[in-house]
Ligand binder design. Structure first.
Ligand SMILES: Nc1nc2c(ncn2[C@@H]2O[C@H](COP(=O)(O)OP(=O)(O)OP(=O)(O)O)[C@@H](O)[C@H]2O)c(=O)[nH]1
Ligand SMILES: [Mg+2]
Length: 748
């Protein structure tokens, strides 16, 4: 039977497991692993990189592991339990298999850490004795795929060959004789598409047969080279694959013509670089033009919530019998929700922490509770959540670019520049991932074989703009270029470029000093361009968006509440001035004067608070950078997580201010702020200095923990913290002083 455009009938073929093609040593599939057994049979998904193993894993398990159209996306194993129906003596039984997605590999002799994981799972059964291996082959690149199939079959493991991307093969006019291929290989073959779902049921049926306790498998595949030398064994497998492809595959074998035509431009040294810059600029421009409407909707929603809360909260004194239980109950509900969002487990410690916090909040004076709710909770969350649309659009566009195959070209173009500074070409994929978050980026450096190359990459990765910096950039873009999307996009692009350039320059310096050594050249596979899957882009965006919202509803909420408390307590003792103010309010002062006096009082209280004192304490250090003591509070708190800067500024500048809960309100509020000498705080010079500081500073504890884990010592984590903080400080200092010298003192 033929799988391809003209194919009719089923796209699965395989000899009977007990049939003539299986002779030799008898291997029984997992005895007793069917119904009633606790042990789940292990099924490995193995294959060349970028053949759609993870996509198949997702399609079979319903999970959403990361996929993209370039090699080396998966660097670790991922497991899922997948139910199957198998035949047994009693008829049929339900069975669950443990499906394991492996990183891609080119051959069984590993050349990188992630290939080692896959090869050990297959050769040394590191993850347990596999009941079956699904060898995933890209139907549009059969010769290479079959070469690996031969190597795996020689391990004498029960196997199924899944010809994935059959939809892509179809549309390129490639036709595959599945039955003939199965006969030649001596193992079942099935044509599948993890994109359209075609053949997935057939694959499951084949696996059910393989895993059935009734099945007796007697595989005996010829070993390629009796002497066992790897070179000629490879050559023999390759020759066998070529001849099989010649016999079973028809249609164009080369990558489609448009791929080559496009690559002539997109991989050319200068044109390719210019194209890369233009594509990235358009991504940013789209973010700004498309995010406008949803952002104003979110702002509106938060303003509405703040207004409603303001209206509901009683201004008159409420009976303690009603007040305390009501506040305690609602706080407990919020805690339960935040714990759930952050997946915090209820233990006696976490329960006690929630109980103490609930009691403390319930005991707050009415006016303070009101401020906590409006400034701490609503202000803290709104300040961050408003940037959700920008983050979603960015991830959507990046996923589309990744899926189309363009990102592999971007890697190819970028490698030319990276190699000059001593970064290995393989660092491109980690650098790309680090633009979402440094943590998966650092994990992805496992594809780099050379330890020194890997270390340089890990050291500079946190300089790249991660999504936690986006709310900060967006706030500063609104301050600097509100209503001017083109300039805002340029500023964003500039921040990314600054991150990338400083990573490259730091690598250069490290290569000349602490981490000397030759850089290995990049051998990169350029996958064919494919139509990106919108479904995948939407799902990735959804996942990223929900991670962001979860963080806003849990960790950031918690930090905002703690910060509110630190910015509110201890309160200054009531002095004569405030009493005078109180008594005069109703008589002589106009509304504006009352607001100004209240604001001054709020400032006084903040200066007296813990956060205020801490901010003031470090004022001399950050004054040359243009930061005032309130920005300092943000700088300190954002060491926990960068986006906390925005919620901190919302809280510290919002206290005593009307309508600072949402982004427009916050930006307007920030624009009004003045220093004691009457000059504005957020001048062009301060904003750019803050921007540069946030691009370069190391403010992320989880990243440091991962650096420690991947390098095996705190040394490199501390090194990152020290050099990045120093770099950020010096760069922000230069920016502020230079801009100030050129007179950029006006409001941003
Ligand atoms: N058209 C089509 N595209 C597919 C199919 N399966 C996967 N893809 C695409 O192929 C690319 C690679 O998919 P992955 O699942 O990441 O491949 P992988 O084998 O896990 O890759 P590594 O983890 O890097 O080894 C992605 O862009 C997928 O969207 C398919 O059946 N049809
Ligand atoms: Mg994968």
């Amino acid at each position: 039977m033929i799988a391809g455009a003209d194919a009719a009938g089923p796209n699965v073929a395989g000899p009977n497991f007990t049939g003539p093609n299986f002779t030799g040593p008898v291997k029984t599939a997992r005895s007793g692993s069917a119904a009633g057994s606790v042990e789940q049979p292990i099924v490995l998904l193995a294959g060349n990189p970028n053949t759609g193993k993870t996509s198949l894993f997702n399609a079979l398990s319903g999970l959403r592991a990361k996929t993209a159209n370039y090699a080396g996306v998966t660097v670790d194993i991922r497991k899922a339990t997948v139910p199957l129906t198998v035949d047994c003596a009693q008829g049929t039984a339900q069975l669950s298999m443990q499906l394991i997605d492996l990183p891609g590999l080119y051959g069984l002799v590993p050349t990188s850490p992630e290939e080692t994981i896959a090869s050990e799972a297959l050769c040394d059964q590191r993850l347990g004795d596999p009941a079956a291996v699904v060898i995933v082959v890209d139907s549009t690149n059969m010769t290479r795929g079959l070469t690996l199939v031969h190597s795996i079959l020689e391990l004498q493991l029960p196997a199924v060959v899944a010809l994935n991307l059959i939809d892509a093969a179809d549309s390129s006019g490639i036709r595959i004789d599945v039955a003939k291929l199965s006969e030649k290989l001596g193992c079942p073959v099935v044509a599948v598409s993890s994109k359209t779902g075609r053949g997935l049921d057939d694959l499951k049926t084949l696996l059910s047969d393989l895993l059935s306790p009734e099945t007796v498998i007697t595989p005996a595949y010829e070993t390629s080279c009796a002497v066992g030398c790897s070179g000629c064994a490879y050559a023999e497998r390759f020759a066998r694959s070529e001849s099989m492809v010649a016999d079973t595959v028809s249609g164009p074998a080369l990558s489609p013509a448009y791929t080559e035509k496009l690559d002539r431009f997109l991989t050319a040294p200068w044109v390719g670089t210019i194209a890369l810059v233009l594509i990235m600029l358009s991504v940013f421009l789209m973010i700004f033009s498309l995010a406008d409407i949803p952002m104003s909707l979110i702002e509106g929603a938060f303003a509405w919530i703040a207004g409603k809360l303001d209206g509901i909260l009683p201004t008159e004194r409420v009976s303690p019998w009603i007040w305390y239980p009501a506040v305690a109950a609602s706080t407990a509900v919020v805690f339960a929700a935040a714990y759930r969002l952050a997946s915090v487990r209820w233990t006696w410690q976490t329960g006690l922490a929630a109980a103490i916090a609930t009691v403390l909040i319930a005991l707050l004076p009415q006016a303070d509770f009101r401020s906590l709710l409006l400034n701490g909770v609503v202000g803290g969350i709104a300040g961050v959540v408003v940037f959700l649309p920008q983050i979603c659009i960015l991830f959507f566009l990046i996923t589309i670019l990744e899926d189309s195959g363009y990102m592999a070209r971007a890697a190819f173009v970028a490698e030319r520049w990276m190699r000059r500074v001593g970064l290995p070409g393989k660092a491109f994929v980690p650098m790309l991932s680090a633009h979402a978050c440094a943590i998966p980026g650092i994990m992805a450096t496992r594809t780099i074989e050379n330890w020194r190359d890997r270390l340089v990459t890990i050291a500079v990765l946190p300089l790249l703009t991660c999504s936690a910096r986006l709310p900060v950039y967006a706030m500063l873009a609104a301050l600097l270029f509100g209503g001017q999307p083109v300039y805002a996009a340029l500023m964003f692009a500039g921040a990314y470029v600054l991150g990338i350039t400083s990573a490259l320059l730091t690598a250069l310096v490290l290569r000349r000093t602490v981490i000397k050594g030759e850089t290995e050249p990049l051998v990169i596979e350029l996958p064919p361009y494919r139509r990106p899957s919108l479904r995948n882009a939407f799902l990735t965006t959804w996942d990223r968006g929900s991670v962001f919202l979860r963080k806003a509803g849990s960790v950031i909420l918690l930090i905002a509440v703690v910060l509110w408390a630190m910015a509110t307590y201890p309160k200054p003792p009531q002095d004569a001035d405030s009493t005078v103010l109180a008594s005069n309010v109703s008589e002589a002062l106009s509304e504006a004067e009352i607001a100004a006096a209240e604001h001054a009082q709020a400032q006084l209280e903040m200066e007296y608070s813990i956060a205020g004192r801490a901010g003031k304490l470090i004022e001399p250090i950050f004054r040359p950078l243009g930061f005032d003591w309130k920005i300092n509070i943000g700088v300190i708190s954002s060491f926990a997580a960068r986006e906390v800067l925005v919620s901190t500024l919302s809280v510290v500048y919002g206290i005593g201010e009307e309508g600072a809960e949402d982004e427009t309100g916050l930006v307007e509020t920030l624009r009004r702020q003045r220093r004691p000498d009457g000059t504005l705080v957020f001048t062009t010079a301060t904003c750019f200095s803050l921007l540069v500081f946030f691009v370069l500073a190391m403010q992320c504890l989880p990243t440091q923990a991962v650096t420690r884990r991947e390098t095996g010592s705190w040394r490199w984590a501390i090194f990152q913290l020290v050099y990045m903080s120093a770099l950020a400080y010096v760069a922000a200092l230069i920016v502020f002083q230079t801009l100030s010298a050129f007179g950029f003192h006006h409001t941003a």
